[in-house]
Write a protein that binds this ligand. Structure first.
Ligand SMILES: [Zn+2]
Length: 487
């Protein structure tokens, strides 16, 4: 942990939409509102019309149970929903149906933890609770919220199920918060309850304070990526005020992701302002042990177990296994590839991993895509790696194929195209090999002890010809020349 942040305290409230549910939390309107005309996925319940009554979506309890089990939280056997009263156009009935863990109320589940690794140190970050609530409507501003001349409201989102994961105030730096969210995202992905790559499927409120001073709550950070940035900005703001001898006030601030600053919207409401009371339109709910056991049985393999299995089955280091497993789609791709070839040995498992965490991940990051959005199939990557192993292409040439492969061109087609430009004339190859060997006597010496140095020599030949030499012929020519030199 950097000493820059040693007096910082951060707690996060993460709201995740259960996007994999079919319907909203209290009505039968469709959950998938993205890309639809505003205010078309609505009914009297999610519009909050007088006389309408909510009916709970039981599948939401199943999803919440999955997540609670995955996070090691204790599921409460009975709970009620509460009304959180407030006046704002995003909730037309003037209250949000939520949960409350005071006044006799209980959260859906209490406790749990998320383990992160930062600078090679494992840290357990304690959770406070998990609860279910309905999503408010979406407000659309023109430009920045602070200067927009109007606000539009779209009730399609109103009533979509949110699960809120509240951490204890246990994080001490923006980096810890970033790692916490990374692990949480991974766990959510494995439980199959939500697709967090969908826009607006997660929102974060962050409580930030400097030890001994009032805290501010930064609301509506609309993506996990923005959290670290927002936290850094807010910590700096608070520290600058303290440096100038000013005192901090408890307030709610808004993260403006266009200007990348937090802005004060109002001084913080206190809990009493929400006049929480039990939602009388819904009965108390009971979660039976039998129900929990059933779900536990069906719970897929979670990241921690998968990391252990990857180490055991494929001989990967803990570090490599963690990188692959973090994104379930990458881990599935890996297993799809390595399982398709029975003859794989430990070096092959490692090669496949290196390609995924190296060139493939770089391409995905650069293009801001996840592997399932690309056309690359596990068996294509397997073939590419095999061709390198068989000496049909060099590693360097293989790398130059990545972009086309990701965009869906078949490997055979890329190789055919490359073959047309290929130089197979033995006179040209011999003359280039002769040149390269005389210029790189140190590598030739190295080759006598380390056969892998051959790759470097092939690479040098390719460099001179923009990769156009026939790799197999080049390889043979180099070996012949070196053999002749020796004798
Ligand atoms: Zn509805």
């Amino acid at each position: 942990m950097s000493s820059k942040y040693e007096d910082v305290i951060i707690g996060l409230e993460v709201h995740i939409q259960l996007t994999n549910l079919k319907t909203k939390l209290f009505c039968s309107c469709s959950n998938s509102y993205r890309g639809t005309e505003p205010n078309t996925h609505v009914c009297p319940v999610c519009l909050g019309l007088p006389g309408s009554l909510p009916v709970v979506n039981k599948k939401a309890f199943e999803f919440a149970t999955r997540l609670a089990l995955a996070l090691g939280s204790k599921i409460n056997d009975t709970f009620w929903f509460f009304r959180k009263n407030y006046f704002y156009p995003d909730m037309s009935k003037n209250f949000q149906i939520s949960q409350y863990n005071k006044a006799g109320g209980r959260a859906f589940a209490d406790g749990g933890k998320i383990t992160i690794k930062l600078n090679d140190k494992k840290i357990d970050l304690q959770l406070n609770r998990i609860h279910l609530e309905e999503d408010p409507a979406r407000l659309v501003h023109k430009g920045s919220i602070a200067t927009s001349p109007f606000t539009l409201v779209d009730y399609n989102r109103s009533g979509v199920t949110l699960i809120e994961i509240v951490s204890d105030p246990v994080m001490n730096s923006p980096e810890e918060a970033r790692e916490y969210l990374k692990q949480l995202k991974s766990i959510v992905q494995y439980t199959g309850i939500s697709d967090l790559d969908l826009e607006g499927s997660c929102r974060v409120d962050a409580n930030i304070s400097i030890k001994g001073h009032a805290r501010s709550e930064v609301k509506n950070i609309n993506s996990f990526r923005e959290v670290e940035r927002a936290l850094k900005w807010e910590i700096q703001r608070q520290k600058n005020l303290l440096k100038r001898g000013k005192e901090l006030i408890q307030e709610t601030r808004h993260w403006d992701d266009k200007r990348r600053v937090t802005i004060g919207l109002r001084t913080k409401e206190f809990e009493k302002d929400y006049r929480y009371f039990p939602e009388q339109d819904l009965p108390p709910f009971k979660i039976e042990q039998k129900f929990i056991k059933e779900i536990k049985k069906k719970l897929p393999e979670m990241p921690k177990a998968r990391i252990k299995r990857f180490q055991k089955d494929y001989g990967l280091s803990e570090f490599n296994a963690e990188i692959l497993v973090l994104d379930k789609d990458i881990a599935d791709f890996y297993e799809g590839g390595v399982k398709s070839q029975k003859s794989y040995q430990s070096e092959d498992y490692k090669q496949f991993c290196n390609w995924l965490k190296g060139d493939i991940s770089r391409w995905l990051n650069f293009n801001n895509k996840s592997i399932k959005d690309t056309k690359l199939k596990p068996n294509q990557l397997r073939d590419l790696i095999n061709f390198i192993k068989e000496g049909k292409i060099t590693g360097k040439i293989a790398k130059s194929y990545v972009n086309e492969m990701m965009n869906g061109t078949e490997l055979s087609e890329i190789m055919k195209k490359a073959g047309k430009k290929r130089i197979a004339d033995m006179d040209i190859i011999s003359s280039i090999v002769r040149e390269v060997l005389s210029e790189n006597q140190n590598i030739v010496e190295d080759f006598k002890k380390n056969p892998k140095a051959l790759e470097a020599l092939i690479g040098k030949c390719m460099l001179k010809t923009k990769g156009q030499l026939d790799p197999e012929k080049t390889r043979k020519t180099i070996l012949n020349f070196i053999k002749k030199e020796k004798s």
